[in-house]
Design a protein around this ligand. Sequence first.
Ligand code: ADP
Ligand code: TRP
Length: 345
Amino acid sequence: MADGSGRKKGPVRFLSGVQPSGRLHLGNYFGALRQHIALQDEGEAFYFIANYHAMTTVQERDALEGQTLDVALDYLALGLDPAKAVFFRQSDVPEVAELAWVLSAVTAKGLLDRATSYKDKVQRGIAASVGLYYYPMLMAADILIYRSHIVPVGEDQIQHIEMTRDMAQSFNNTYGVVFPLPKPRLDAGAKVPGIDGQKMSKSYNNAIEIFQEGKPLRKRVMSIVTDSTPLEEPKHPEGCNVFSLYKLFSTEAEQEELAEKYRAGGFGYGDAKIMLLEKINETFGPYREERRRLEGDPGYVESVLAEGGARARAEAQATIKSVREAAGLGKMPVPAGSPVSARQG
Ligand code: ADP
Ligand code: TRP
């Protein structure tokens, strides 16, 4: 793909990340993971577990490590193929932190001031750390360091990608073109509601987890908030949380069938919830076994991440080399203890 940057030719490159800030849920699946997995056959795919980003909320080492492994298991069980996609831990490529700094020098502070996710998160009680404020900077570096073209995400991330384009443009204008300008890609499930009707999120306590099952899953589905229309009366499918979730799993004909039942009356929200529960079990049931199998093989999962990290890092280092050259930062330093001749090479 010709894009005016240093990486002129080659297939389209997809990149995305998911934070290990809790168990992945239906919003993550329909907004992000489903398209990530589908796109691994459409071009070069780079997907990572955003553990640096998660440090803004997860500050306990065992939790961060464990949740990182959980996200890896979820992806692999759902069909991410490490032979097709480069799958890695964000922190295995420390060069992104360097690029974030370089970008920060050419980015107006007003741009970050306008980030709505920072304001939302602070309003919800997350500590207003410098890291939380700087978060979009690091995200831009994630995208640009792999010179990505397309970023498949949910709706809440669109603003961050627009900011990334602004930052890439500032860098290119200042130092010469190094970065292509990335575009977001949305799936049909770009904004999945939680059990309370707000955006489903790991941190709103309103999520239905992808890998929940049995009684806890049933309890969760049964607790989806609905209005108090009595069973016998007609109901409106539009705006009903159960119906919105059911739509994600069903064909148009199935949706129409359920909508008819709503409108006819004599059909309760409890009945609709059971239909949704069946869909969830049908869709994710087959992946549960695979996840359990992978859970018993942590060595394999670690080797996938290590290999992905090495491939991603090689790409990132090539970009950093161009960035350093363009900005007058000198060559990448060689590791301490290396022979001096290597420094001159
Ligand atoms: P969360 O808000 O639960 O912490 P993340 O911020 O880690 O989720 O999001 C990971 C990916 O999932 C992003 O691409 C994001 O846009 C997508 N996503 C998160 N919640 C939803 C949702 N409710 N509907 C659609 N996509 C979502
Ligand atoms: N900010 C994203 C989220 O909360 C995660 C993320 C970090 C990301 N870096 C990224 C997504 C780069 C896409 C591309 O969901």
